[in-house]
Design a protein around this ligand. Structure first.
Ligand code: NDP
Length: 256
C-alpha cells in the first residue's frame, strides 16, 4: 500500500463481483491506489477475507453481500456504500456469469441467470449509483466520476455456442456507450472493458461437457490474468479529467 497522495485518494469505489477473479483483482488495485473500496458479491466469507487483506495493507474497505439479480439488495448495496463511506466516485460492474453450450439443450434457467446478473444486475446497480456519481463528479478534486463495465470479447464479436452470453454482453457494451453519451457532459465517464480468455472461476460454472470442450479448444492459449484486466481498469479511472476511455479490448496474444 502506497502512503503517498495518489490519483484516487479520497475517492470511494464500489466493485461488484469482488469475491473472485476480475472484480477481486480490481478491488485490490483500486485500494492500492488509495481508493476506499466497497466489495460486493453474494459470498460474504470471500469478501470478508478480501476486506481483511485490504485493511491489513492499510486500505479502507467495506464488504456488503448482495445478490444483485434482485433490485432491492442491488440498490441496498449502493445505498449501504454511501451510508458507510459518504460518497461514490467509481463503480466497476464486474459481476457476471457465462453459461454457454448447445442452444437446443440449454436449460432455460442458465439463460435466465445470465440475463439476470449480466444485464439486470448491472442495470440496477448503475441506476442506484448514478445520482451519487453525478454528485461526486461535481464536488471531488478529480472533477470526474467513473463507471467501468466489464463486458467481454463476446460483447464485440459473437462467439459460437454463446448466443445468450453474447446478447447480454452486447447489451452491456451498447448500454455503456449510450450512457457515455448521456453523462459525459456531467463529467461521469462510462467505459467498457472487453476481455478475452482470462484465468478465473468463470468457466467452472459451466456444464462439465462444455468445460471439457472449451479446455480442449483453448489448450494452447496462455490466458490473461485477472490482474491484467484490473490494470486496464486502473488506467481508465486514474486518467486526468480530460481523458475518457470509451472501450478497451484485451485478448491473450494466443487467442485468435
Ligand atoms: P468469476 O466467476 O471469477 O467472478 C464472477 C463474480 O461475479 C464473482 O465475484 C461472483 O460472486 C459474482 N456474481 C455472480 N453472480 C452474482 C450475483 N447474482 N450477485 C452478485 N454477484 C454475483 O469470473 P470473472 O472474474 O472472470 O468474471 C468477471 C466478469 O468478467 C464477468 O462479467 C465475465 O462475464 C467477464 N469476463 C470474463 C472473462 C474470462 O475469461 N474470465 C472474459 C470476458 C469477460 P458470488 O458468486 O460471490 O456472488
Amino acid at each position: 500500500m502506497t502512503s503517498t497522495i495518489t490519483a484516487l485518494t479520497s475517492t470511494v469505489a464500489l466493485v461488484t463481483g469482488a469475491s473472485s477473479g476480475i472484480g477481486r483483482a480490481t478491488a485490490l488495485r483500486l485500494a492500492d491506489r488509495g481508493s476506499a473500496v466497497v466489495l460486493v458479491a453474494r459470498r460474504q466469507d470471500r469478501i470478508d477475507v478480501l476486506a481483511k487483506e485490504i485493511a491489513d495493507r492499510g486500505g479502507r474497505t467495506v464488504a456488503l453481500a448482495a445478490d444483485l439479480t434482485d433490485p432491492g439488495p442491488a440498490t441496498g448495496a449502493v445505498d449501504g456504500a454511501v451510508e458507510r463511506l459518504g460518497r461514490l466516485d467509481i463503480l466497476v460492474n464486474a459481476a457476471g456469469v457465462m453459461l454457454t453450450g448447445d442452444s437446443v439443450a440449454a436449460p432455460l434457467h442458465e439463460w435466465q441467470q445470465m440475463v439476470d446478473i449480466n444485464i439486470n444486475g448491472l442495470l440496477y446497480v448503475t441506476r442506484a449509483a448514478l445520482p451519487h456519481l453525478i454528485e461526486a463528479a461535481a464536488d471531488s478534486p478529480r472533477q470526474v466520476a467513473d463507471v467501468v463495465n466489464i463486458s467481454s470479447i463476446a460483447g464485440r464479436f459473437p462467439i459460437l455456442n454463446g448466443a445468450v452470453y453474447n446478447a447480454t454482453k452486447f447489451g452491456v457494451t451498447g448500454a455503456t456507450e449510450a450512457w457515455r453519451q448521456e453523462f459525459t457532459r456531467r463529467n461521469v465517464r462510462f467505459s467498457v472493458v472487453e476481455p478475452g480468455l482470462t484465468e478465473t472461476e468463470l468457466f467452472g460454472h459451466q456444464q462439465p461437457a462444455v468445460q471439457e470442450r472449451l479446455a480442449a479448444r483453448f489448450a494452447d492459449v496462455e490466458r490473461l490474468h485477472a490482474d491484467d484486466i484490473a490494470e486496464a481498469v486502473e488506467y481508465i479511472v486514474t486518467g486526468p479529467r480530460r481523458r475518457a476511455v470509451a472501450e478497451i479490448v484485451l485478448r491473450p496474444t494466443d487467442q485468435v
